[in-house]
Design a protein around this ligand. Sequence first.
Ligand code: NAD
Length: 259
Amino acid sequence: MILTGAGAGIGRAVVARYVAEGARVVAVDIDEEGLASLADECGGAVVPLAVDVRSWEGNVAAVRTAVTEFGGLDVLVVNAGITDGARPLLDIDGPDLTGAFQELFAVNVLAGLLAVRAAADALIASRGAVIMTGSYASFHASGGGALYTASKHALLGVVRQLAYELAPDVRVNGIAPGIAPTRLRGIDALGQERSDSVLEGTAAVLPLQEVPSTESYGGLYTLLANATDSGHVTGTMISADSGLSIRGLARPGGRVRTP
Ligand SMILES: NC(=O)c1ccc[n+]([C@@H]2O[C@H](COP(=O)([O-])OP(=O)(O)OC[C@H]3O[C@@H](n4cnc5c(N)ncnc54)[C@H](O)[C@@H]3O)[C@@H](O)[C@H]2O)c1
C-alpha cells in the first residue's frame, strides 16, 4: 500500500488505521519530521519516503519501494493536499494567479495523475484499488477559495475518468471529508502559512454538531481498500461531511436547539 500526505492529519490517522488492520504502507510526504514520528509510532509496518508528490520521480520511487519491500502494490491512497486558505479570487492579485493555480493544482490534481500513472502496472497486476481524498469542495462552493474548490472538483473528475479507464482491473474511488482538525499548508506563491481547517463556530453549523476527528475517517478508507466489502464500488466519491450539504436555513439540523 502507498499513502501520500502521510506525515500529518487525515493521512497520518489513516496509515495508523491501516497498520492496525494488518497493512504495510509506504508513507509518502514532503515533511521528513512527520514521517519519522509516524514510522516510530507504527514500527516496521511503515516505510517512510520523503518525496514531493508533484514529481514523477517521487511517484516512481514510491511504487518501486512498495514493490521491493512488499512484493507488490494493492492500494494507492492519493491524499496529500494544500489549501488556498479560502482566499476569494478577487483577493488574489492578477499577476500572482497563474503561479498560485499551478502550485495548488500540481499538488491537488496533477500528483494524483502522476501517482496512478506510476502505479498502474502494479495495480493492474494485483487488481488493486485507488482512493483519492476529495473534499466537501468537490461538490459545493465555499469549502475553500476558487482555486481549492476548482482543484477538488477536478479531482472528482479524475476519480470518475480513471475508474472508467482502469475498469475492470482497478477500482478508483474517493472520500470527501467535510472537516477535520488539521493545519493544511497554504500556497507558497501567495506567501500563505499553514491554516486551521476548523474555524471558530464550525461545529455549530454542522447538522451533526461535532467536528469529526482525523481518526474517524479511517473506516471509510478501510472500506474502499477492501475488495470483499467494496469490490463492486468504483467511480464514487463518498461524502463524509457531517451533514453540511443538507444544512437547513433556519437551523443546521431539524433537532438542533439554537440559543
Ligand atoms: N482537514 C479538513 O478539514 C479537510 C477537509 C476536506 C478535505 N481535506 C483533504 O484531506 C487531505 C489531507 O489534508 P489534511 O487536512 O489532513 O492536512 P495536513 O496538512 O495535515 O496533511 C496533508 C499532508 O500532505 C503533505 N503534502 C503537502 N504537499 C505535499 C507535496 N508536494 N508532496 C508530499 N506531501 C505533501 C503535507 O506535508 C501534509 O503532511 C487533503 O487532500 C485535503 O485537501 C481536508
